[in-house]
Design a protein. Structure first.
Ligand code: PMP
Length: 451
Protein backbone atom coordinates (compact mmCIF):
# COMPACT_ATOMS: atom_id res chain seq x y z
CA UNK A 1 0.00 0.00 0.00
CA UNK A 2 1.97 3.00 -1.25
CA UNK A 3 -0.55 5.86 -1.40
CA UNK A 4 -0.68 8.21 1.56
CA UNK A 5 -3.59 7.26 3.74
CA UNK A 6 -5.90 9.95 5.00
CA UNK A 7 -6.82 9.83 8.64
CA UNK A 8 -10.36 8.74 7.81
CA UNK A 9 -9.20 5.90 5.57
CA UNK A 10 -6.82 4.71 8.30
CA UNK A 11 -9.74 4.46 10.69
CA UNK A 12 -11.84 2.67 8.07
CA UNK A 13 -9.06 0.20 7.26
CA UNK A 14 -8.62 -0.46 10.98
CA UNK A 15 -12.32 -1.21 11.28
CA UNK A 16 -12.23 -3.51 8.24
CA UNK A 17 -9.06 -5.46 9.04
CA UNK A 18 -7.64 -5.13 12.54
CA UNK A 19 -9.13 -7.28 15.27
CA UNK A 20 -9.55 -5.59 18.67
CA UNK A 21 -10.56 -8.48 20.93
CA UNK A 22 -10.55 -6.64 24.24
CA UNK A 23 -12.48 -3.63 22.90
CA UNK A 24 -15.62 -4.19 20.89
CA UNK A 25 -13.81 -6.51 18.43
CA UNK A 26 -14.44 -3.96 15.66
CA UNK A 27 -12.31 -1.38 17.40
CA UNK A 28 -14.20 1.57 18.78
CA UNK A 29 -17.45 1.21 16.88
CA UNK A 30 -18.94 4.58 17.69
CA UNK A 31 -15.87 6.74 17.14
CA UNK A 32 -13.38 4.62 15.23
CA UNK A 33 -10.03 3.49 16.60
CA UNK A 34 -7.80 5.96 18.39
CA UNK A 35 -4.89 5.90 15.97
CA UNK A 36 -1.70 7.09 17.64
CA UNK A 37 0.96 8.77 15.55
CA UNK A 38 3.79 9.90 17.81
CA UNK A 39 4.89 10.21 21.39
CA UNK A 40 7.30 12.09 23.58
CA UNK A 41 7.85 11.83 27.33
CA UNK A 42 4.37 11.48 28.87
CA UNK A 43 2.52 12.71 25.81
CA UNK A 44 0.87 10.95 22.88
CA UNK A 45 -0.36 12.57 19.68
CA UNK A 46 -3.00 10.96 17.49
CA UNK A 47 -3.29 11.24 13.71
CA UNK A 48 -5.57 14.28 14.05
CA UNK A 49 -2.96 16.08 16.14
CA UNK A 50 -4.82 15.62 19.45
CA UNK A 51 -2.35 15.54 22.36
CA UNK A 52 -3.15 13.42 25.41
CA UNK A 53 -1.21 12.73 28.58
CA UNK A 54 -0.63 9.01 29.09
CA UNK A 55 -1.17 8.09 32.74
CA UNK A 56 -1.01 4.39 31.94
CA UNK A 57 2.45 4.06 30.32
CA UNK A 58 0.90 2.42 27.26
CA UNK A 59 -0.25 -0.79 28.89
CA UNK A 60 1.64 -0.52 32.20
CA UNK A 61 4.88 -0.88 30.30
CA UNK A 62 6.54 2.32 29.07
CA UNK A 63 8.16 2.93 32.45
CA UNK A 64 10.97 5.08 31.04
CA UNK A 65 8.58 7.29 29.04
CA UNK A 66 8.43 7.83 25.30
CA UNK A 67 11.16 9.29 23.10
CA UNK A 68 14.25 7.92 24.83
CA UNK A 69 16.85 8.40 22.08
CA UNK A 70 19.50 6.24 23.73
CA UNK A 71 17.19 3.22 23.41
CA UNK A 72 16.65 3.96 19.72
CA UNK A 73 20.44 4.08 19.25
CA UNK A 74 20.94 0.81 21.13
CA UNK A 75 18.31 -0.96 19.01
CA UNK A 76 19.61 0.44 15.70
CA UNK A 77 23.17 -0.45 16.63
CA UNK A 78 22.23 -4.02 17.43
CA UNK A 79 20.10 -4.36 14.28
CA UNK A 80 23.09 -3.35 12.17
CA UNK A 81 25.49 -5.68 13.95
CA UNK A 82 23.40 -8.80 14.53
CA UNK A 83 19.64 -8.48 14.08
CA UNK A 84 18.85 -12.05 15.00
CA UNK A 85 20.32 -15.00 16.84
CA UNK A 86 18.19 -17.92 17.83
CA UNK A 87 17.80 -18.72 21.49
CA UNK A 88 17.29 -22.33 20.46
CA UNK A 89 20.04 -24.94 20.61
CA UNK A 90 23.44 -23.64 21.71
CA UNK A 91 23.25 -20.21 20.10
CA UNK A 92 23.23 -16.96 22.01
CA UNK A 93 24.20 -13.33 21.48
CA UNK A 94 26.24 -10.93 23.55
CA UNK A 95 23.29 -8.70 24.56
CA UNK A 96 21.21 -11.71 25.65
CA UNK A 97 24.08 -13.04 27.78
CA UNK A 98 24.88 -9.65 29.28
CA UNK A 99 21.22 -9.08 30.03
CA UNK A 100 20.88 -12.48 31.72
CA UNK A 101 23.89 -11.71 33.92
CA UNK A 102 22.81 -8.15 34.76
CA UNK A 103 19.23 -9.11 35.52
CA UNK A 104 19.99 -12.10 37.69
CA UNK A 105 22.29 -9.88 39.75
CA UNK A 106 19.27 -7.65 40.42
CA UNK A 107 16.55 -10.23 41.09
CA UNK A 108 16.00 -11.63 44.60
CA UNK A 109 18.95 -13.76 45.68
CA UNK A 110 18.90 -17.34 44.45
CA UNK A 111 17.10 -16.62 41.16
CA UNK A 112 20.19 -16.85 39.00
CA UNK A 113 18.72 -18.44 35.88
CA UNK A 114 16.55 -16.80 33.26
CA UNK A 115 14.67 -17.85 30.15
CA UNK A 116 13.71 -15.02 27.79
CA UNK A 117 10.30 -14.95 26.15
CA UNK A 118 8.37 -12.53 23.95
CA UNK A 119 6.16 -11.16 26.70
CA UNK A 120 4.36 -12.01 29.91
CA UNK A 121 1.97 -14.73 28.71
CA UNK A 122 4.72 -17.02 27.47
CA UNK A 123 6.83 -16.24 30.56
CA UNK A 124 3.97 -17.62 32.69
CA UNK A 125 3.54 -20.60 30.33
CA UNK A 126 7.24 -21.34 30.57
CA UNK A 127 7.14 -21.25 34.37
CA UNK A 128 4.19 -23.65 34.44
CA UNK A 129 5.99 -26.07 32.14
CA UNK A 130 9.20 -25.97 34.15
CA UNK A 131 7.34 -26.46 37.41
CA UNK A 132 5.90 -29.66 35.95
CA UNK A 133 9.36 -30.69 34.70
CA UNK A 134 10.77 -30.11 38.17
CA UNK A 135 8.25 -32.38 39.86
CA UNK A 136 8.85 -35.02 37.21
CA UNK A 137 12.56 -34.74 37.84
CA UNK A 138 12.17 -35.35 41.56
CA UNK A 139 9.87 -38.32 41.00
CA UNK A 140 6.62 -36.56 41.93
CA UNK A 141 4.85 -36.46 38.57
CA UNK A 142 1.45 -36.39 40.26
CA UNK A 143 2.13 -32.82 41.51
CA UNK A 144 0.41 -31.02 38.63
CA UNK A 145 -2.31 -28.82 40.13
CA UNK A 146 -1.99 -25.03 40.26
CA UNK A 147 -3.74 -22.58 42.56
CA UNK A 148 -4.17 -18.92 41.63
CA UNK A 149 -6.28 -15.99 42.80
CA UNK A 150 -9.69 -14.67 41.81
CA UNK A 151 -9.26 -11.33 39.99
CA UNK A 152 -5.79 -12.47 38.89
CA UNK A 153 -4.45 -12.01 35.36
CA UNK A 154 -1.65 -14.14 33.93
CA UNK A 155 -1.88 -13.75 30.17
CA UNK A 156 -3.84 -14.64 27.06
CA UNK A 157 -2.35 -18.00 26.14
CA UNK A 158 -4.59 -20.93 27.10
CA UNK A 159 -2.49 -21.74 30.18
CA UNK A 160 -2.27 -18.11 31.29
CA UNK A 161 -5.95 -17.43 30.53
CA UNK A 162 -6.88 -20.44 32.67
CA UNK A 163 -4.80 -19.20 35.60
CA UNK A 164 -6.45 -15.83 35.05
CA UNK A 165 -9.73 -15.44 36.90
CA UNK A 166 -11.49 -12.82 34.82
CA UNK A 167 -14.61 -14.33 33.28
CA UNK A 168 -14.22 -13.05 29.73
CA UNK A 169 -10.89 -14.87 29.43
CA UNK A 170 -12.62 -18.21 30.13
CA UNK A 171 -15.84 -17.75 28.21
CA UNK A 172 -16.45 -20.32 25.50
CA UNK A 173 -13.52 -22.53 26.47
CA UNK A 174 -13.27 -25.20 29.11
CA UNK A 175 -11.20 -22.84 31.22
CA UNK A 176 -9.89 -22.94 33.80
CA UNK A 177 -8.38 -26.34 33.01
CA UNK A 178 -9.21 -28.95 35.59
CA UNK A 179 -5.71 -28.61 37.07
CA UNK A 180 -6.21 -24.88 37.65
CA UNK A 181 -7.95 -23.67 40.81
CA UNK A 182 -8.73 -20.29 42.32
CA UNK A 183 -9.03 -18.95 45.83
CA UNK A 184 -10.46 -15.55 46.89
CA UNK A 185 -8.40 -12.44 46.27
CA UNK A 186 -7.16 -10.33 49.20
CA UNK A 187 -9.37 -7.45 47.99
CA UNK A 188 -9.32 -5.23 51.11
CA UNK A 189 -12.09 -2.84 49.96
CA UNK A 190 -14.54 -5.69 49.43
CA UNK A 191 -13.23 -8.01 52.15
CA UNK A 192 -15.49 -8.45 55.22
CA UNK A 193 -12.53 -7.56 57.47
CA UNK A 194 -10.87 -5.21 54.99
CA UNK A 195 -9.71 -2.74 57.66
CA UNK A 196 -7.77 -5.41 59.48
CA UNK A 197 -4.56 -6.18 57.55
CA UNK A 198 -3.75 -9.26 59.61
CA UNK A 199 -7.22 -10.70 58.98
CA UNK A 200 -6.95 -10.12 55.21
CA UNK A 201 -3.56 -11.83 55.14
CA UNK A 202 -4.75 -14.70 57.30
CA UNK A 203 -7.78 -15.26 55.08
CA UNK A 204 -5.67 -15.83 51.94
CA UNK A 205 -3.33 -18.14 53.85
CA UNK A 206 -6.32 -20.08 55.22
CA UNK A 207 -7.92 -20.28 51.75
CA UNK A 208 -4.66 -21.64 50.31
CA UNK A 209 -4.32 -24.20 53.08
CA UNK A 210 -7.93 -25.28 52.61
CA UNK A 211 -7.56 -25.61 48.83
CA UNK A 212 -4.34 -27.62 49.18
CA UNK A 213 -6.07 -29.90 51.71
CA UNK A 214 -9.05 -30.30 49.36
CA UNK A 215 -6.91 -31.22 46.33
CA UNK A 216 -4.28 -33.12 48.30
CA UNK A 217 -0.81 -31.75 49.07
CA UNK A 218 0.74 -34.56 47.04
CA UNK A 219 -1.03 -33.23 43.93
CA UNK A 220 -0.49 -29.47 44.20
CA UNK A 221 2.50 -28.11 42.29
CA UNK A 222 2.38 -24.38 42.88
CA UNK A 223 0.63 -21.23 43.96
CA UNK A 224 0.71 -18.40 41.44
CA UNK A 225 -0.01 -14.74 42.23
CA UNK A 226 0.68 -11.14 41.34
CA UNK A 227 2.11 -9.07 44.23
CA UNK A 228 -0.54 -6.48 43.31
CA UNK A 229 -3.36 -7.67 41.06
CA UNK A 230 -3.21 -5.41 38.01
CA UNK A 231 -5.83 -6.25 35.38
CA UNK A 232 -8.32 -7.29 38.06
CA UNK A 233 -8.46 -3.58 39.04
CA UNK A 234 -5.18 -2.83 40.85
CA UNK A 235 -5.97 -4.72 44.02
CA UNK A 236 -3.32 -3.89 46.61
CA UNK A 237 -2.95 -6.47 49.41
CA UNK A 238 -1.68 -5.34 52.80
CA UNK A 239 2.08 -5.18 53.38
CA UNK A 240 3.30 -8.57 54.61
CA UNK A 241 0.78 -10.49 52.48
CA UNK A 242 3.31 -11.79 49.94
CA UNK A 243 5.71 -12.87 52.68
CA UNK A 244 2.97 -14.74 54.51
CA UNK A 245 2.04 -16.54 51.29
CA UNK A 246 5.70 -17.39 50.67
CA UNK A 247 5.90 -18.96 54.12
CA UNK A 248 2.64 -20.83 53.54
CA UNK A 249 3.88 -22.27 50.22
CA UNK A 250 7.07 -23.54 51.89
CA UNK A 251 5.10 -25.03 54.76
CA UNK A 252 2.67 -26.72 52.36
CA UNK A 253 5.45 -28.13 50.16
CA UNK A 254 4.35 -26.27 47.04
CA UNK A 255 6.27 -23.90 44.79
CA UNK A 256 5.57 -20.19 44.49
CA UNK A 257 5.33 -18.43 41.14
CA UNK A 258 5.23 -14.66 41.51
CA UNK A 259 4.05 -12.85 38.40
CA UNK A 260 5.79 -9.46 38.36
CA UNK A 261 4.85 -8.64 34.78
CA UNK A 262 3.26 -5.36 35.92
CA UNK A 263 4.92 -4.79 39.30
CA UNK A 264 8.48 -5.40 38.10
CA UNK A 265 10.99 -2.70 37.14
CA UNK A 266 10.23 0.05 39.58
CA UNK A 267 6.47 0.21 39.19
CA UNK A 268 5.86 -0.11 42.93
CA UNK A 269 9.09 1.62 44.04
CA UNK A 270 11.84 -1.02 44.31
CA UNK A 271 13.00 -2.85 41.19
CA UNK A 272 10.75 -5.81 42.08
CA UNK A 273 7.80 -5.93 44.46
CA UNK A 274 9.23 -9.18 45.94
CA UNK A 275 12.23 -7.17 47.10
CA UNK A 276 10.10 -4.95 49.33
CA UNK A 277 8.70 -7.99 51.12
CA UNK A 278 12.02 -9.86 51.30
CA UNK A 279 10.49 -12.68 49.27
CA UNK A 280 12.34 -15.04 46.95
CA UNK A 281 9.85 -16.98 44.87
CA UNK A 282 10.75 -20.24 43.15
CA UNK A 283 9.75 -18.74 39.83
CA UNK A 284 9.31 -15.10 38.89
CA UNK A 285 7.89 -13.78 35.64
CA UNK A 286 8.48 -10.31 34.21
CA UNK A 287 7.90 -8.46 30.91
CA UNK A 288 6.53 -4.93 30.23
CA UNK A 289 9.02 -2.66 32.07
CA UNK A 290 11.88 -4.98 31.10
CA UNK A 291 12.04 -3.28 27.69
CA UNK A 292 9.64 -0.47 28.60
CA UNK A 293 7.57 -1.31 25.54
CA UNK A 294 10.35 -0.37 23.06
CA UNK A 295 10.67 -4.02 21.98
CA UNK A 296 8.80 -7.19 22.93
CA UNK A 297 10.39 -9.30 25.64
CA UNK A 298 9.57 -11.22 28.81
CA UNK A 299 11.74 -13.11 31.27
CA UNK A 300 11.11 -16.13 33.46
CA UNK A 301 13.45 -16.53 36.42
CA UNK A 302 14.03 -19.90 38.02
CA UNK A 303 15.46 -20.64 41.46
CA UNK A 304 18.91 -22.22 41.53
CA UNK A 305 17.84 -25.45 43.20
CA UNK A 306 15.12 -25.98 40.57
CA UNK A 307 17.55 -25.26 37.76
CA UNK A 308 20.10 -27.75 39.11
CA UNK A 309 17.46 -30.42 39.52
CA UNK A 310 16.05 -30.01 36.02
CA UNK A 311 19.52 -29.76 34.45
CA UNK A 312 20.60 -32.99 36.14
CA UNK A 313 17.40 -34.83 35.23
CA UNK A 314 17.60 -37.81 32.98
CA UNK A 315 16.03 -37.95 30.50
CA UNK A 316 16.13 -34.17 29.98
CA UNK A 317 12.75 -32.43 29.90
CA UNK A 318 10.90 -32.10 26.62
CA UNK A 319 11.82 -29.20 24.39
CA UNK A 320 10.68 -25.69 25.06
CA UNK A 321 11.63 -22.59 23.10
CA UNK A 322 10.56 -19.76 20.84
CA UNK A 323 12.09 -18.40 17.65
CA UNK A 324 12.49 -14.97 19.24
CA UNK A 325 13.57 -16.03 22.72
CA UNK A 326 16.51 -13.85 23.77
CA UNK A 327 16.16 -11.69 20.67
CA UNK A 328 19.35 -9.60 20.43
CA UNK A 329 17.56 -6.35 19.58
CA UNK A 330 15.12 -6.73 22.48
CA UNK A 331 18.03 -7.65 24.74
CA UNK A 332 20.00 -4.57 23.65
CA UNK A 333 16.92 -2.45 24.34
CA UNK A 334 16.47 -4.04 27.78
CA UNK A 335 20.12 -3.38 28.66
CA UNK A 336 19.71 0.30 27.86
CA UNK A 337 16.39 0.44 29.74
CA UNK A 338 18.09 -1.10 32.79
CA UNK A 339 20.81 1.54 32.55
CA UNK A 340 18.18 4.29 32.45
CA UNK A 341 16.43 2.89 35.52
CA UNK A 342 19.58 3.10 37.57
CA UNK A 343 22.10 5.53 36.06
CA UNK A 344 19.50 7.63 34.24
CA UNK A 345 17.67 8.37 37.47
CA UNK A 346 14.37 6.85 36.32
CA UNK A 347 13.79 4.78 39.46
CA UNK A 348 14.70 7.72 41.68
CA UNK A 349 12.33 10.01 39.77
CA UNK A 350 9.56 7.41 40.12
CA UNK A 351 9.97 7.49 43.88
CA UNK A 352 9.98 11.32 43.91
CA UNK A 353 6.89 11.72 41.69
CA UNK A 354 5.34 8.73 43.48
CA UNK A 355 5.07 10.94 46.56
CA UNK A 356 3.02 13.47 44.56
CA UNK A 357 0.93 10.61 43.13
CA UNK A 358 0.13 9.52 46.71
CA UNK A 359 -0.84 13.09 47.69
CA UNK A 360 -3.16 13.50 44.73
CA UNK A 361 -4.67 10.04 45.29
CA UNK A 362 -5.38 10.92 48.93
CA UNK A 363 -6.91 14.26 47.90
CA UNK A 364 -9.35 12.57 45.52
CA UNK A 365 -10.61 10.27 48.27
CA UNK A 366 -13.14 12.90 49.35
CA UNK A 367 -14.83 13.05 45.94
CA UNK A 368 -18.45 11.88 46.31
CA UNK A 369 -18.05 9.17 43.66
CA UNK A 370 -14.80 7.71 45.00
CA UNK A 371 -15.29 4.68 47.22
CA UNK A 372 -11.75 3.35 47.38
CA UNK A 373 -8.26 4.68 46.73
CA UNK A 374 -5.41 2.19 46.55
CA UNK A 375 -1.83 2.52 45.39
CA UNK A 376 1.76 1.57 45.87
CA UNK A 377 4.62 3.41 44.18
CA UNK A 378 3.42 4.54 40.75
CA UNK A 379 0.65 1.97 40.47
CA UNK A 380 -2.84 2.66 41.71
CA UNK A 381 -6.58 2.83 41.17
CA UNK A 382 -9.70 4.54 42.37
CA UNK A 383 -12.95 2.63 42.58
CA UNK A 384 -16.16 4.54 41.90
CA UNK A 385 -19.33 3.64 43.77
CA UNK A 386 -22.98 4.72 43.73
CA UNK A 387 -22.87 5.23 47.50
CA UNK A 388 -19.83 5.46 49.73
CA UNK A 389 -21.60 3.98 52.75
CA UNK A 390 -22.93 0.86 51.03
CA UNK A 391 -20.04 0.62 48.50
CA UNK A 392 -22.74 0.20 45.83
CA UNK A 393 -21.49 -0.87 42.42
CA UNK A 394 -22.68 0.74 39.19
CA UNK A 395 -24.97 -1.53 37.11
CA UNK A 396 -23.13 -3.23 34.24
CA UNK A 397 -25.71 -1.89 31.71
CA UNK A 398 -24.35 1.61 32.36
CA UNK A 399 -21.08 0.62 30.64
CA UNK A 400 -19.33 3.05 32.92
CA UNK A 401 -15.90 1.73 31.97
CA UNK A 402 -16.49 2.58 28.29
CA UNK A 403 -18.03 5.93 29.14
CA UNK A 404 -15.13 6.88 31.38
CA UNK A 405 -12.65 5.80 28.76
CA UNK A 406 -14.29 8.16 26.25
CA UNK A 407 -14.67 11.01 28.73
CA UNK A 408 -11.05 10.87 29.87
CA UNK A 409 -9.87 10.69 26.25
CA UNK A 410 -12.02 13.74 25.42
CA UNK A 411 -10.36 15.47 28.39
CA UNK A 412 -6.90 14.67 26.99
CA UNK A 413 -6.05 11.82 29.35
CA UNK A 414 -5.33 8.12 29.03
CA UNK A 415 -6.07 5.98 32.08
CA UNK A 416 -7.31 2.39 32.27
CA UNK A 417 -11.07 2.27 32.77
CA UNK A 418 -12.13 -1.14 34.03
CA UNK A 419 -15.68 -2.39 33.56
CA UNK A 420 -16.27 -2.40 37.33
CA UNK A 421 -15.88 1.41 37.52
CA UNK A 422 -12.24 1.24 38.55
CA UNK A 423 -9.83 3.78 37.07
CA UNK A 424 -6.25 2.53 36.98
CA UNK A 425 -3.06 4.58 36.92
CA UNK A 426 0.45 3.50 35.97
CA UNK A 427 2.26 6.61 34.66
CA UNK A 428 5.81 6.45 33.37
CA UNK A 429 8.35 6.68 36.19
CA UNK A 430 9.75 9.71 34.34
CA UNK A 431 6.53 11.67 34.97
CA UNK A 432 7.21 15.07 36.55
CA UNK A 433 5.33 16.48 39.53
CA UNK A 434 3.75 19.08 37.21
CA UNK A 435 2.58 16.34 34.82
CA UNK A 436 1.14 14.37 37.74
CA UNK A 437 -0.89 17.47 38.61
CA UNK A 438 -2.14 17.73 35.02
CA UNK A 439 -3.24 14.07 35.20
CA UNK A 440 -5.17 14.55 38.41
CA UNK A 441 -6.73 17.85 37.34
CA UNK A 442 -8.11 15.96 34.34
CA UNK A 443 -9.30 13.07 36.53
CA UNK A 444 -11.06 15.54 38.81
CA UNK A 445 -12.69 17.24 35.82
CA UNK A 446 -13.94 13.90 34.49
CA UNK A 447 -15.37 12.84 37.84
CA UNK A 448 -17.13 16.20 38.23
CA UNK A 449 -18.66 15.80 34.77
CA UNK A 450 -19.99 12.42 35.84
CA UNK A 451 -21.81 13.76 38.89
N1 PMP B 1 0.88 -11.45 33.73
C1 PMP B 1 0.46 -10.26 34.18
C2 PMP B 1 0.44 -9.99 35.64
C3 PMP B 1 0.06 -9.27 33.27
O1 PMP B 1 -0.39 -8.10 33.70
C4 PMP B 1 0.13 -9.55 31.88
C5 PMP B 1 -0.26 -8.51 30.85
N2 PMP B 1 -1.11 -7.51 31.23
C6 PMP B 1 0.57 -10.80 31.48
C7 PMP B 1 0.95 -11.72 32.43
C8 PMP B 1 0.65 -11.15 30.03
O2 PMP B 1 1.67 -10.42 29.42
P1 PMP B 1 1.69 -10.19 27.84
O3 PMP B 1 0.49 -9.36 27.52
O4 PMP B 1 2.99 -9.48 27.61
O5 PMP B 1 1.66 -11.52 27.20
Amino acid sequence: MTETLTNRSLIELDRDHLIHPVASFRGHEAHGARVLASADGMWLTDIDGKRVIDAFAGLWCVNVGYGQESIVEAAADQMRRLPYATGYFHFASEPAIRLAAELTALTPEGLDHVFFTLGGSDAVDSAVRYIIHYFNAIGKPEKKEFIALEWGYHGSSSTGAGLTALGNFHRGFDLPYKWQHHIPSPYPYRHPQGDDDAAVIASTVAALEAKVAEIGADKVAAFCCEPIQGSGGVIVPPKGWLKALREACTRLGILMLVDEVITGFGRTGPLFACEEEGVTPDFMTTAKGLTSGYAPMGAMFMANHIYETIADASPLPVGHGMTYSGHPVSAAVALEVLRLYREGGVLANGVKTGARFAERMEAIRSHPLVGDVRYRGMLGAIELVTDKATKGMFPAELNLGDRLSQMTWDNGLIVRCFANAVIGFAPALTCTVEEMDIIFDRVQLTLDQLL
